[in-house]
Design a protein around this ligand. Structure first.
Ligand code: AMP
Length: 278
């Protein structure tokens, strides 16, 4: 697997594959590679001749005082994992390659960015939309893959690609979970042993609410009960627990059709997010 550090090297690699008639898929990540990321690469392999994974810890999507400095940086282990999953190239640029002096552009997506993580992390999705747009324009992949684990992010990216006419097919990949249901995440590394035992309650709560919704129970009551059960299980606080339209992310007060149940909650130093289809 080639490790590319510059946009020029990335474009040269892409041009070489294009000249051979090969298709390319892009899998953007922030590193600390786990089986969730590897599933994206493996899925990408089934769709394209070549797969480019990227590792870039994007400072503009972290809040001031957030966990940018603490975010795990494990490039050697990541490189091996991405290669074993079938990536053909890794694009891992320096900060200055992505944000050279004078950089001044911001892509802001309204609507799907509002509320949920967008409400609790101001500016987060601007950072995501801007850096993902840059990566898509740098690599010009045929396909780009993103996890449903970050469901709002996936909808923001679909929106920006549509609105800016970026010629790429966006594919969402189902969340990969630990055996006890906890969604795999680089931030799970922040959990103590005790918190790790509590963490699956997030997925269990979502599953229970989804079952009750399908039985016809009232949305508001279920969400209140679910929030209580998370704090009783040991979560420090719940940022949100909401039922939304699966595509527009509009708030739903009644369960009638395809919906998504999404939650974010704090467990010790970790902010865990998860979501499921209803
Ligand atoms: P991250 O490195 O956390 O920014 O994630 C990079 C990509 O991997 C994003 O598209 C995430 O949605 C996706 N991803 C992260 N965790 C998982 C998971 N457990 N299952 C599936 N995809 C995931």
């Amino acid at each position: 697997m080639e490790v590319l550090r510059t946009i020029d090297a990335l474009r040269a690699q892409r041009a070489d594959w294009t000249s051979r008639g090969e298709t390319v898929a892009l899998v953007p990540t922030m590193g600390a590679i786990h089986q969730g990321h590897m599933a994206l690469v493996e899925h990408a392999k089934t769709l394209s001749d070549r797969v480019i994974a990227t590792i870039f810890i994007n400072p503009t999507q972290f809040a001031p005082g957030g966990d940018f400095d603490a975010y795990p940086r494990t490039e050697d282990a990541d490189t091996k994992r991405l290669a074993s999953a079938g990536a053909d190239a890794l694009f891992a640029p320096e900060l200055s390659e992505i944000y050279p002096p004078g950089f001044a552009t911001n892509i802001s997506v309204s609507g799907v960015s509002d509320g949920l993580c967008g409400g609790h992390r101001p500016g987060h999705f601007d950072g995501v939309a801007t850096v993902v747009s840059k990566l898509l324009l740098q690599a010009t992949p045929d396909t780009a893959l993103f996890g449903e684990k970050d469901y709002q992010q996936l909808q923001v990216i679909r929106r920006v690609v549509t609105d800016l006419d970026i010629p790429v097919r966006i594919i969402g990949v189902p969340t990969v979970r630990e055996a006890d249901g906890l969604a795999m995440s680089s931030r799970n590394a922040y959990l103590t042993d005790e918190e790790r035992r509590i963490a699956p309650a997030l997925y269990q709560t979502l599953t229970k609410i989804a079952d009750d919704l399908k039985q016809g129970a009232a949305v508001e009551e279920l969400l209140e009960k679910g929030t209580r059960s998370l704090t009783e299980a040991g979560f420090r606080s719940v940022d949100y627990l909401e039922l939304r339209d699966a595509n527009s992310l509009a708030i739903l007060t009644k369960y009638t059709g395809p919906a998504r149940l999404l939650a974010a909650a704090w467990l010790g130093k970790a902010r865990l997010i998860d979501n499921i289809e209803v």
